[in-house]
Ligand binder design. Structure first.
Ligand code: ARG
Ligand code: ZN
Ligand code: CA
Length: 253
């Protein structure tokens, strides 16, 4: 198995209201969750159903707030930008200074995370590998970021970033983004499922002939509440590893 890869991470806090200017402690609470979830050291691993205990996997990725900025100067890995925008949408405005956002740091050397007010009920969104560098990274609603401060239940356990970073590492939603069992996530050990699950489902949820164990709704790449998701599979880890050996190989120093 591949050795541990460390990903320098910059968090752009783009705020209008004071509550959107989240604390360093809130940022650190989020990085701590990410580091648990990508090492399978999260406190809820025992909830993985027996049927899938053998599939749950350590992704062997570590995230570290950047200590050097693109000019080589010391930093705490947090950039704060005050904006006149009340909220942002999925159109990448938060990544552009000309639209009241904060410019990305070089995408081959940093994971860019923007935290802001997002409209339309969106918790977050991500750019898959292979896209434009200037917009590479993930965007997270401030109240779905970290486990303290402005974070609000049921999205106050840091799993929105875990999910979006999964996309950044080339993972698809486990139901394959179709609603008729025809699409998949290109990962063979995640059961095919019809569509997203929400809230806190009880096991099993059967669809697409996937009984007896049903949908793997407790996977980070479903849409359940933060407290109801707690695993990646070995197949998903292999797909993330392929990304880190391919389009994102600049991080595999
Ligand atoms: N892009 C998804 C959304 O906005 C993120 C879902 C994250 N789920 C979670 N439990 N945090 O709905
Ligand atoms: Zn998603
Ligand atoms: Ca699958």
């Amino acid at each position: 198995a591949r050795r541990l890869i460390t990903i320098p991470t910059v968090v752009h806090v783009v705020y209008k209201k004071p509550k959107e200017n989240i604390s360093k402690a809130q940022v650190q609470s989020q990085i701590a969750v990410l580091n648990q979830d990508y090492r399978f050291t999260n406190p809820d691993t025992a909830k993985v159903p027996d049927a899938w205990k053998g599939l749950a996997a350590d992704a062997k990725i570590k995230f570290k707030l950047a200590t050097k900025d693109p000019d080589g100067k010391r930093t705490d890995g947090i950039v704060r930008v005050q904006t006149d925008r009340a909220s942002f949408g999925p159109g990448d405005g938060v990544k552009k200074a000309s639209q009241g956002g904060s410019t990305a740091w070089p995408a081959d050397a940093y994971l860019n995370v923007w935290v802001c007010a997002l409209g339309g009920g969106l918790l977050g969104y991500a750019q898959f590998p292979g896209g434009p560098k200037a917009t590479d990274g993930v965007v997270i609603l401030h109240s779905a970021f970290g486990t303290e401060g402005s974070a609000i239940a049921p999205f106050n356990r840091g799993r929105t970033l875990t999910h979006e970073v999964g996309h950044w590492l080339n993972l698809r939603h486990i139901w394959g983004d179709t609603l008729d069992c025809s699409g998949g996530d290109l990962v063979s050990d995640t059961p095919n499922s019809r569509g997203p699950n929400y809230g806190k489902p009880s096991f099993p949820v059967i669809s697409c002939g996937n009984g007896p164990n049903g949908d793997m709704f407790m996977n980070y790449m479903d849409y359940v509440d933060d407290a109801a998701m707690f695993m990646f599979t070995a197949g998903q880890v292999a797909r993330m590893s392929a990304c880190l050996a391919g389009p994102r190989k600049s991080f595999a120093t």
